[in-house]
Design a protein around this ligand. Structure first.
Ligand code: AMP
Length: 216
């Protein structure tokens, strides 16, 4: 299974990817996570990407395609992968197509998670993650049990908000999605790969819709 999850920030791509990882036993490749790890490690890539990410803009296509090329060369993708947050532009989608053609590993499907703007806004601005274990919560829809935080996985509360999840940056990111990523819906529709599901509701219900879309 070689899958792209397409959807605006806050549409549930990360949550659903993690659930599919368990189901299919294939890795989630989140370009946002890869960039955040580079920022944390202080690599040249991380240093260059930080300001762009904090501003809610997109890192350039060439850099992103380089990251994906390198990631898809790892042995754990032999049985498939779930791309979460990539591609985000038409140039990235074209680059991905060329790369996968080279590797003789075409995409199996692209699933679009559709969620309306108000809910996206609420989900992103309520998102918090544990600085220690990385687990993601939502103060509106999925708050941590208290105490302990992280449902017992960590010992001390350490919930933080991503800089780019602040309300000021959220509208910018949603606009960037509309302008630069939304055109991928047509791109994949024309190639017969697109399936669209309703991303509203509890994660389990969305996973069910996703599974049916993949089977259909
Ligand atoms: P995400 O966690 O997927 O919302 O990504 C966080 C941020 O990382 C985005 O707002 C972008 O600044 C950057 N980013 C992640 N994936 C990409 C991509 N495919 N192309 C360009 N920038 C990206």
């Amino acid at each position: 299974m070689r899958l792209v999850l397409l959807g605006a920030p806050g549409s549930g791509k990360g949550t659903q990817s993690q659930r599919l990882v368990e189901h299919f036993g294939i890795p989630q490749i989140s370009t946002g996570d890869l960039l955040r790890a580079a920022v944390k490690a202080g690599t040249p890539l991380g240093i260059a990407a930080k300001a762009i990410m904090d501003a809610g803009k997109l890192v350039d296509d060439r850099t992103m395609l380089g990251i994906i090329r390198e990631r898809l060369a790892q042995p754990d993708v032999a049985n498939g992968f779930i791309l979460d947050g990539f591609p985000r532009t038409l140039a990235q989608a074209d680059g991905l197509h060329k790369l996968l053609t080279e590797l003789h590993k075409p995409l199996s499907a692209v699933v679009q998670l559709e969620v309306d703007y108000d809910l996206l806004f609420k989900r992103i601005s309520g998102r918090r993650s544990c600085q220690d274990c990385g687990r993601v919560f939502n103060i509106h829809t999925a708050p941590p049990s208290s105490p302990p935080p992280c449902d017992g996985r960590c010992t001390a509360p350490n919930l933080v908000q991503r800089v780019d999840d602040s309300e000021a940056t959220v509208s910018k990111r949603l606009q960037v999605y509309e302008d630069q990523t939304r055109p991928l819906v047509d791109y994949y529709l024309q190639r017969g790969l697109l399936r669209t599901i309703d991303g509203d509701g509890d994660p389990q219900a969305v996973t069910q819709r996703l599974s049916s879309a993949l089977e259909g």
